[in-house]
Design a protein. Structure first.
Length: 111
């Protein structure tokens, strides 16, 4: 059984709230899980203490058992010092300005 540490949505419509859970990788996102090991409230500001809550001892236990964190959860764990911070590209390449727009921006900056 492959274990994942991932997010399970629990909030109302337009009010997201997530539980950080350990689950079998074959289980549905909001379905069956083994243990709840934290929570994530994206509605709070980034500097707020309750935005991400982690139960360090249980997370270490599950990581030692072979659980693998998803990208978003790995980022939380890295910031908390429980693992490595994965490489994260903030801006997708697809939404970057195209060639002509970049040329216009250079011309405007030069003028």
């Amino acid at each position: 059984m492959s274990l994942k540490i991932r997010l399970a949505r629990a909030g109302a419509k337009k009010r997201p709230y997530y539980h950080i859970v350990v689950a079998d990788s074959r289980s549905p996102r909001d379905g069956r899980f083994i243990e709840r090991v934290g929570s994530y409230n994206p509605m709070l500001p980034q500097e707020h203490a309750d935005r991400v809550r982690l139960y360090d001892e249980r997370i270490r236990h599950w990581l030692s058992q072979g659980a693998v964190a998803t990208d978003r959860v790995a980022r939380f764990l890295g910031r908390a010092g429980l693992g490595e911070v994965p490489a994260w590209n903030e801006q997708p390449i697809q939404s970057a300005p195209k060639k002509k727009a970049q040329e216009r921006a250079k011309a405007a900056a030069g003028a």
